[in-house]
Design a binder for this molecule. Sequence first.
Ligand code: FES
Length: 154
Amino acid sequence: MQKKNSHYSRRSFLQYLGWTAAIGTMAGAAVGSARFMFPNILYEPAKSYKIGRPQDYPEGVTFLPDKKIFLVHYGESYKALSAVCTHLGCTPNWAEQRRRFECPCHGSMFDEKGVVIAGPAPRPLPWYLVTRTASGRLSVDERRIVSFSEGLIA
Ligand code: FES
């Protein structure tokens, strides 16, 4: 008699376990399916933006970390170069002494014009169109890729 109770108890426990697993699996699948209704949304920064007045930038290369660009200012020329390595997206550093951009991740190097001179980067760093607004501020448009020679002449 005791053996029979033990048998039912084990059977009940296994049934409980089975139902719990089945319901848990279905609930997980339902939650996963419902999650598709609310996709993650990436709010990317605007692709066209103002970066201040020309006099805000000294001669040379200035890194704008929030925009991930280098503002390159020589003489009357203002140019914007992407600060996103074309290999895997790290941020290259401007090496003033060596006059080149050096990516710390895998060793890619770009010359002053953004051209790849070493490393695994497959493409040069792109230059973005820089214009001056009616109020005299510099504006960068990342949707407009320009050549090195097309900097803004202020
Ligand atoms: S991310 Fe720059 S070299 Fe790999």
